[in-house]
Design a protein around this ligand. Structure first.
Ligand code: DAT
Length: 171
């Protein structure tokens, strides 16, 4: 038995940074759903407004389902409502202050529209509400993700959680 962790939040909050570091320290596998979709071209149409392909959610689920049943995975995506509820044992929503997030997204060279949409998304805590509506509230946790010390703190908290989960489920 191995746990499955979902990392979600607005683009730029630090999911990839946290997910990769956690994977290397815990031995769990890191899965970036955006990359997976790109590699497998798991798309269904094109969004003209945002100038990006539309994720084929069913194919993403098919692609990952076996792996999720086996467990031992950290999933990273800026959305979580289309994943089967049974996949995740815990969901972390990373949160970043507006001014900090703005600077991070600016350096990515996002268009004005994309930048503002993402900032709004964070201000209105869209991903947190999506997670709270999609999963049992008690498995959804917000994590501050503004500075390196918070990254370290989040890593150590989650590593402790993984260790406890293993004790509880493998004895
Ligand atoms: P995401 O995967 O959510 O889009 P990311 O991991 O690519 O975000 O991080 C975006 C940028 O922010 C990247 O340059 C690393 C930096 N970053 C992430 N978490 C941080 C933290 N806790 N403190 C300072 N910088 C952080």
């Amino acid at each position: 038995h191995f746990s499955v962790i979902c990392l979600t939040g607005t683009p730029g909050v630090g999911k990839t940074t946290l997910g990769k570091e956690l994977a290397s320290r815990s031995g769990l596998k890191y899965v970036n759903v955006g990359d997976l979709a790109r590699e497998g071209e798991l798309y269904d149409g094109f969004d003209e407004e945002y100038n990006c392909p539309i994720l084929d959610e069913d194919r993403v689920i098919d692609e990952l389902d076996t792996q999720m049943r086996d467990g031992g995975v950290i999933v990273d995506y800026h959305g979580c409502d289309f994943f089967p509820e049974r996949w995740f044992h815990i969901v972390f929503v990373l949160r970043t202050e507006t001014s900090v997030l703005y600077k991070r997204l600016e350096t990515r060279g996002y268009s004005e529209k994309k930048l503002n949409d993402n900032i709004q998304c964070e201000i209105f805590q869209v991903l947190y509400e999506e997670a709270m509506e999609s999963y049992k509230e008690e498995i959804v946790h917000q994590l501050p993700s503004n500075k390196p010390e918070e990254l370290e703190e989040n890593i150590s908290q989650i590593l402790k959680w993984i260790e406890q989960w293993i004790k509880d489920h493998n004895s």
